[in-house]
Design a protein around this ligand. Sequence first.
Ligand code: CUA
Length: 189
Amino acid sequence: MAQTFSADSHDTAALSQRIEKRWALLMVSIIGLLVAVMIFTGLHWAMMPPSRVETIDPSTLHLSGEFVESNLGSAVEADGSVTVRVIGQQYSFTPQCLVVPAKTPIRFRVTSADVIHGMLITGTNINSMVEPGYISTFKTEFKQAGDHLMPCHEYCGAGHEAMWANVKVVDKDAFSKMAVNTRRLTCDL
Ligand code: CUA
């Protein structure tokens, strides 16, 4: 009787080990499949994690450095591309009106002076978080002239729904003329 019991428990142990091995194999296969999907989509769509993180002290934005008020707006670079610097704060963007040329490589650099905001430009796929302490950067190009709205899309407090800016895309030539006399362009009144 005792022997039978011992044989039974041996069988049970072997069985549970087999089942455990099967489950472990299934889990490893699922992880392997997910990693394979990540590698495939990464290569297929040339997607990459952000290559670098730029940080900035939100409490001194207005005092010195890249985001002082006189440096905000659109700047023409030596290679003809345009860099647009914007600050978001409760409850507005500075500048309130951005002016950029069409058919020109444009790089946005945006940060927040207080809490997390968001920005999207209507009619385009531009959509980014705007976080205090970090500089959000992305490149884009507007195909044609036109007016767009740029609302904040992260709930940032009581005045959230009133937080938005205008984006005016103008012809390249018109922009060049405007840029002759001005180091930083905006269409703020
Ligand atoms: Cu800023 Cu919502």
